[in-house]
Design a protein around this ligand. Structure first.
Ligand SMILES: [Zn+2]
Length: 222
């Protein structure tokens, strides 16, 4: 079962991490964040959040932070390395909580009470930083001084998860069945039959594996 990883995910080195280039296919910020690791418990598990800087890379890539905010936080992390390391481990804990909550939803199971409680602790931590500000038309959400808090890249992720839990159609939350994948997404297709994170990645890989098995079986090797 994907929800309970049996093996530890192998972290990539900072240079190997694709945190700043990962495909953002999930349709929701919080689910894209869950997809910064893949193949949990599988043969080829990948961890892209391997340093505070890779968390910033992903936050810029996903539109949470502008490059100036990211540069300010990177400088703050240089001055407070232990605090930055702590935020990275908190980010991974938050991500795994989000992953477990939405994997349960994708599998039509009730999420664990401990995960709901852990998520509510995050909400309580983040809510004091929420602000509204007048915009060109109406109002926008803002955050209180994100450059001063190393954990500010996590705030919008928590808000996204709360909104997705309460507002998104749960029967459209899916988990890619691709080998060593397990990425989560919200299926917003018209037909509601999206199966893969990306047809060109996991869809085709699955077809190739099926083909290989058939060829092997035909040759009497399987
Ligand atoms: Zn996939």
């Amino acid at each position: 079962m994907r929800g309970s990883p049996a093996r530890r995910t192998e972290p990539l080195s900072g240079a190997e991490s694709r945190a700043g280039r990962l495909h953002l296919i999930a349709g929701r910020l919080c689910l894209n964040f869950a997809n910064t690791a893949s193949g949990r418990g599988m043969e080829r598990a990948l961890e892209h959040l391997v340093s505070y800087d890779t968390l910033l890379d992903w936050a810029v890539h996903s539109g949470i932070l502008g490059s100036e905010d990211a540069a300010a936080l990177a400088a703050l992390a240089v001055r407070q390395p232990a605090a930055a390391r702590e935020v990275l481990s908190q980010a991974i804990a938050l991500r795994e909580t989000i992953y477990r909550l939405f994997t349960a939803i994708a599998e039509r199971r009730a999420p664990a009470a401990s995960d709901i409680a852990a998520f509510n602790e995050w909400l309580a931590r983040v809510l004091p930083y929420m602000r509204v500000a007048a915009a060109d038309s109406g109002f926008d959400w803002r955050w209180a001084e994100p450059r001063r808090a190393l954990d500010s890249p996590l705030w919008p992720i928590v808000r996204s998860a709360a909104e997705t839990l309460t507002e998104a159609p749960h029967d459209r939350i899916r988990q890619c069945p691709g080998h060593d994948c397990g990425w989560l997404f919200l299926d917003s297709s018209k037909s509601g039959r999206r199966r893969w994170c990306d047809m060109n990645v996991c869809g085709n890989r699955s077809k190739a594996r099926q083909h290989y098995r058939r060829v092997k079986a035909a040759a009497g090797l399987a």
